[in-house]
Design a protein around this ligand. Structure first.
Ligand SMILES: *Cc1c(COP(=O)(O)O)cnc(C)c1O
Length: 383
């Protein structure tokens, strides 16, 4: 069946971003490529082998399911780390395959030790510290108890890492909270050393922390959004550009998303376009219908706001975004026809639409929009 749109992944863009990240984190730090959320919508099965070919050799995911998909996409034993969910019945697969994982509750620690003993294969664990996000992580109050347990089960548990996650490093408004998190983490590390347990890898930094708080980079950086060519938000980008005195956007977007015009029609002045009355034609208009809607991950929030490229020009969404299609205003373009290319994200001619330029509703719009791209839009690798 023909798909109504396609996603392209650019190898040269990814290489460029990896060079940028490597320069930022230095030569010694392990770069873990965060590919949760279906590789931020890029598609695990397509993105992971591509990233591997570009030199990435550590992957982080949210769940055991994603770890399984990454594992299937790789032909060797490249390290995989689970930062979130593992069901009890998945633990055996995880340990058997040498996948490492965050531990943030006693149950999981016990289940890991038990299954590792049964498999006669040690579990590679990363102790997650609760430093202030209040999501997952061992509070420092219970740390001694946890360390005692680890010591007792030392044969079955390898403490591969000590980690935490920052609660909003992209925004200066959270400065004090982040600094406090950093210090709680460092104290926990010291306590571990005092206890005689030395984690192999200290890691705390995501993309935003890597840019804004370089001291948090440590032995490994868990990088998601930057590798795909986006900054976590505008603030992080401006911070980087002013501090480094660069004038040009330093990354390249890996993803492009393209579709084509499926219908063109004229609309008389005074008519409404689409459902309801949110768009009134103030003059005679011509609209093109694109077969992409909120069901394809193009948010309804972009009704009357989003932009696509046709004939190398920006055209704006007219009316509400529907489930499977949207209308764009092509009144000022000559000769738009059915079948003409419409770029939703990416370049056409001289112009480019980055995900962020969709709108300023939310700093998180990059993450959300990318992650919502449906898995069944076909992905292709291009140079
Ligand atoms: C998602 C995630 C990251 C990566 O975040 P980016 O902002 O995309 O770099 C790092 N660490 C953890 C624990 C995460 O959940």
């Amino acid at each position: 069946m023909l798909n109504t749109s396609q996603i392209l992944l650019s190898k040269s863009a990814l290489k460029h971003n990896l060079e940028f990240i490597r320069k930022t984190i230095g030569p010694e730090t392990i770069l873990s490529s965060v590919v949760k959320g279906n590789a931020y919508g890029h598609g695990i099965e397509q993105y992971v082998p591509l990233a591997k070919a570009c030199g990435m050799d550590h992957f982080s995911v949210f769940s055991a399911n994603e770890a399984y998909r990454v594992h299937q996409s790789l032909s060797d034993s490249t390290p995989i780390m689970i930062m979130g969910m593992i069901d009890d019945d998945q633990m055996e697969w995880v340990i058997q395959n040498g996948v490492s994982f965050f531990v943030f509750e006693k149950d999981r620690l016990e289940s890991a030790a038990k299954i590792a003993r049964k498999l006669n294969r040690p579990a590679k664990i990363h102790i997650e510290i609760e430093s202030g996000m209040n999501r997952t992580g061992f509070s420092t109050r219970v740390l001694t108890d946890i360390l005692k347990y680890i010591q007792k089960e030392a044969k079955h548990l390898i403490v591969e890492g000590l980690c935490t996650h920052f609660a909003g490093a992209e925004s200066i408004a959270n400065y004090h909270r982040i600094k406090k998190q950093e210090s709680i983490y460092r104290r926990a590390h010291k306590r571990m050393l005092d206890f005689g347990i030395a984690p192999q890898l200290k890691h705390t930094a995501c993309s935003a922390a890597t840019i804004r708080y370089p001291k948090t980079i440590m032995d490994m950086a868990r990088i998601g959004i930057l590798q795909y060519g986006f900054f976590p938000n505008q603030e992080t980008l401006i911070h980087y550009m002013t501090k480094q005195k660069v004038l040009e956007y330093p990354l390249r977007r890996v993803i492009s998303w393209k579709s084509k015009v499926m219908n063109v029609k004229t609309v008389k002045r005074g008519e409404f376009i689409g459902y309801g009355t949110s768009f009134l034609a103030n003059s005679d208009m011509k609209v093109a219908v694109i077969p992409v809607g909120y069901g394809h991950g193009f948010s309804r929030l972009l009704s009357n706001q989003g932009i696509v490229l046709i004939h190398g020009q920006r055209v704006s969404v007219a009316g509400t975004v529907n489930m499977n299609m949207m209308s764009v205003d092509v009144t000022n373009l000559d000769g738009v026809q059915k079948g003409d290319e419409a770029v939703i994200i990416g370049k056409q001619g001289e112009l480019e639409i980055s995900v962020a330029s969709f709108s300023d509703f939310s700093d998180q719009v990059n993450y959300e929009l990318l992650t919502r791209l449906p898995g069944d839009i076909p992905r292709f690798i291009v140079d």
